[in-house]
Design a protein around this ligand. Structure first.
Ligand code: P6P
Length: 342
């Protein structure tokens, strides 16, 4: 085997977080310790996701969650892992989960901290039984004081106030991707040592990509500007003499991660499909905001079509927003169609 192939990254996630924290004056070991607890939860979830077919975790619980979606058994279990690990980290004062109607306080008998964490414990879970990659998405805020128990106000904050965000993608290999405001780095899990090792340093999106990801089943429910944009990316480009490539997995973390590495745009726009969901399907606090932070830190963009995702002031916990996210030029193109200038 050539020496190059023998090169194994020795930069563990833990060491990278500590190294990164040296550049933050306010950083104490608490922040690094919190991120390491999120990574621990990811390793535990990864262990079960990777053998879901061999355990009792396949299928539905028979219940539906606050979103009105069927709850997969692995969803429920992953949600409990996130809550249990974060509650015992001594770094968290409040949590918000896609699977739970209200904010989740840290039990009185445990020590709480000054961070609040919003998470989707297992995004894309409807794909679990088909072995499609799924992921955990997280968003971290820091309160200025550590007085008293956390409240909903500690999570209803604009995405610009996030101190960290990322996801763990459970796929052919499992990868931990995060930003703390100083760029985006990816760490691949080496199961033989149980460590996330730096595999994708300083991820940068190209200015423009040629992949579009959208569920075209919704075409007839879209507003005219979305239809015209998708028709445009499917038309023959004068320079390249070919249309964009369509890639849609139906698992947000997987679609986003591919576009992050290869370039492209993911769209879940507002539509007229369901009057109860006029702003599209995806949620602001634990899907749009964390991925928007990652996208912007990698040189990309994230918008509703008219507004920067990270500048939205959240009104309620499970607020849904249109999500147009990817390479900066691609998002800008879509915004021009919304504005009617194209
Ligand atoms: P649709 C998965 O349930 C999810 O929340 C995201 O992971 C994914 O991007 C989206 O829904 C897919 O929704 O309506 O295209 O099936």
């Amino acid at each position: 085997m050539s020496p190059a192939r023998m090169t194994l990254s020795s930069m563990t996630l833990t060491r990278h977080i500590m190294e990164t924290q040296k550049h933050f004056p306010f950083a104490t070991g608490e922040f690094s310790d919190l991120l390491n607890h999120i990574a621990l939860a990811g390793k535990i979830i990864n262990r079960e996701v990777n053998k879901a077919g061999l355990t009792q975790f396949l299928g539905l619980t028979g219940e539906s969650n606050v979103q009105g979606e069927d709850v997969q058994m692995l969803d429920d279990w992953a949600n409990n892992v996130m809550i249990r690990v974060l509650s015992r980290s001594q770094r968290v004062c409040i949590m918000a989960s896609e699977e739970v109607a209200d904010v989740i306080p840290v039990p009185d008998d445990l020590i709480s901290g000054r961070y609040s964490v919003c998470f989707d414990p297992l995004d894309g879970s409807s794909n679990i039984d088909a072995n499609v990659s799924i992921g955990t998405i997280f968003s971290v805020y820091r309160r200025d004081d550590d007085d008293g128990p956390g409240t909903e106000a500690d999570v209803l904050r604009p995405g610009t106030e996030q101190v960290a965000a990322g996801y763990i993608l459970y796929g052919s290999s499992s990868i931990f991707v995060y930003t703390a405001g100083g760029g985006v780095n990816g760490f691949t899990l080496d199961p033989s040592v149980g460590e996330f090792l730096l595999s994708h340093p300083d991820i940068q999106m190209p200015e423009q990509g040629r992949i579009y990801s959208v569920n075209e089943q919704n075409y007839h429910y879209w507003y005219d500007h979305t239809r015209r944009y998708v028709d445009w990316v499917k038309s023959i480009d004068k320079e390249t003499k070919r249309p964009y490539s369509s890639r849609y997995i139906g698992s947000l973390v997987s679609d986003f991660h591919r576009n992050l590495l290869y370039g492209g745009i993911f769209l879940y726009p507002e539509d007229k499909k369901d009057p109860k969901r006029p702003h599209g399907k995806l949620r602001l606090l634990y899907e749009a905001n964390p991925l928007a932070f990652i996208a912007e830190q990698a040189g990309g963009a994230a918008s509703t079509g008219t507004e920067r995702i990270m500048e939205i002031d959240p009104e309620y916990l499970h607020q849904r927003v249109p999500l147009i996210i990817g390479c900066a030029k691609n998002v800008a193109d879509y915004e021009e169609f919304v504005a009617g200038t194209r």
